[in-house]
Design a binder for this molecule. Structure first.
Ligand SMILES: Nc1ncnc2c1ncn2[C@@H]1O[C@H](COP(=O)(O)OP(=O)(O)O)[C@@H](O)[C@H]1O
Ligand SMILES: Cc1cn([C@H]2C[C@H](O)[C@@H](COP(=O)(O)OP(=O)(O)O)O2)c(=O)[nH]c1=O
Length: 212
């Protein structure tokens, strides 16, 4: 596809994606690689504006398909403006969330349908799929616990309602993992930061060795 190497990072909220990906970036850089750590919208003005519309609490009327289309639009812009140019320059791109998030969250958890969400994303990305996807595997309640612990508060009723949605996200990811078992490699994210980092680096190193 391109000269660089495209890695996406997926998994439930609070799985540790941001924490570990930053460590991976630093480690790879000390080994001499050029690395970009990005997340959608990834600091691209147009995609940030789209994201602001998706996340605006005032937009209570947001339809699930509208949401899916907006995520796909933000993804497209981030891809062409940031990811593809970095890959063209030979960099390793570590992208926190990509198409699989839309499949799991919009396609499965919101109930739009995996095929439907996949097809609008195909239009958006034109086959520019990651060569490797790291799936951070953790029970959704553990991920939410981590987030809540961080905020220093109890799990409340809303969090519990959320848990049902996040359970569905997890089921959605299970389907995606089965469908794309060649691309997606699973990391046990329910372990210490050191252990998760170690597993992740093992997978990344093997992938980079076999890349050509
Ligand atoms: N392996 C781990 N064990 C315990 N806590 C962790 C671990 N990895 C990350 N955390 C903490 O959990 C919270 C969510 O981590 P974060 O990296 O933001 O997750 P994500 O990006 O997947 O939502 C943060 O407070 C982070 O410090
Ligand atoms: C990229 C993407 C994210 N999301 C969701 C996942 C997150 O709950 C939310 C916000 O993402 P983000 O702020 O990146 O949170 P996280 O730290 O958990 O990655 O958007 C989708 O529903 N569909 C998508 O395509």
């Amino acid at each position: 596809m391109t000269k660089g190497y495209f890695i996406s990072i997926e998994g439930p909220d609070g799985a540790g994606k941001t924490t570990i990906t930053e460590m991976v970036k630093e480690q790879l850089e000390t080994e001499g690689y050029n690395v970009v750590h990005t997340r959608e919208p990834g600091g691209i003005a147009i995609a940030e504006q789209i994201r602001a519309v998706i996340l605006d609490p005032k937009n209570t009327k947001m339809d699930a398909r509208t949401e899916a289309l907006l995520y796909a639009a933000a993804r497209r812009q981030h891809l062409v403006e940031k990811v593809l140019p970095a890959l063209e320059m030979g960099k390793i791109v570590l992208c926190d969330r990509f198409v699989d998030s839309s499949i799991a969250y919009q396609g499965f958890a919101r109930g739009i349908g995996i095929e439907e969400v996949w097809s609008i994303n195909q239009f958006a990305i034109e086959n520019a799929m990651p060569q490797l996807t790291l799936y951070f595997d953790i029970a959704p309640e553990r991920g939410l616990q981590r987030i809540n612990q961080n905020k220093g508060r109890e799990v409340n009723r809303l969090d519990l309602e959320d848990l049902q949605f996040h359970q569905k996200v997890y089921e959605g990811y299970e389907i995606v993992r089965k469908q794309s078992s060649n691309r997606i490699q699973t990391v046990n994210a329910d372990a210490s930061v050191e252990k998760v980092f170690e597993q992740t680096m093992d997978i990344v190193r093997k992938a980079l060795q076999n890349k050509d």
